[in-house]
Write a protein that binds this ligand. Sequence first.
Ligand SMILES: [Zn+2]
Length: 316
Amino acid sequence: MKVIDTHCDALLKLQLAQQGSPYDIEPLSFYDAKEIETSVTRLQKGHVMAQFFAIFIYPDVPSDLKWQYALEQVDLFYTEILAKNPQMKHITKWEDFDDLKDGEIGAVLTLEGADAFGNDLMKLRQLYRLGVLSIGMTWNNANLCADGAGEPRGGGLTLLGKEVVQLNNEHKVLTDVAHSTEQGFWDILEYADYPIASHSNARALCDHVRNLNDEQAKAMFDKDGLIHVVYNPPFINENSNEATIADLIKHIDHLCSLGGVNHIGFGSDFDGISTYVKDLEDASKQQNLINELLKHYSEDEVKGFAYQNFLNHRPK
Ligand SMILES: [Zn+2]
């Protein structure tokens, strides 16, 4: 069964490898490097039809360098992922999903954290032109658009953040709440036409700031938004670095009990995590989750989780 995965950090991994390597060492191969959990060979083995790639910049990168770092990651997306791998097809608009042929894998560029463009909306417009189709206001830190999930202050959207959400709406770009504070979540839900939690789980089962409580999940489903479950054990089992596929499915069960059966998907966070769900350690293992889900849900429901819910709810 085909799979759409709405979050990974392969661009950061490619960038760190490049920055950390002496000039005479070849860059990591996105085709088959063992370090890359979403390499082409693994995406193929896992029957992934589309993989989202986040531009992500660590908070400690000086502000003056953040735009440079963001463009480096965009460049790696074009040079290492697209140019060297003809089976990878850049999804630049939502209809492109319908044109993917057998054997092709859609590649979607996203932004995790408005830090990259600061308060410069010219830079944001450039990101739209480069093909960014989903924008999360923050990672865990605060920026000029909003506070992130790790900020004790817990603030919501700033006026600039609200403007960015409205620009996302105009450009038919998703607004991602995965790293939002609770207040930021409610602000975004009020303004965003296309909200998604690209990699978050149910807080009722694992009380972590990166997860959504029942009220948030229900509001997301009411607004026709999407929650894509994340394969990171600390977001699955409280205070734990271990999890099984059965533990992850409990989050899907819970979100379904809140009315989410048509609004759930997958957002692995591969290449951005350092602990793994057993038997779901990289993109090649995606079918292990599918096979387990098929024991609990109808084929149509599992197809929904795997790709159809996303396709049904993508911006039109
Ligand atoms: Zn993240």
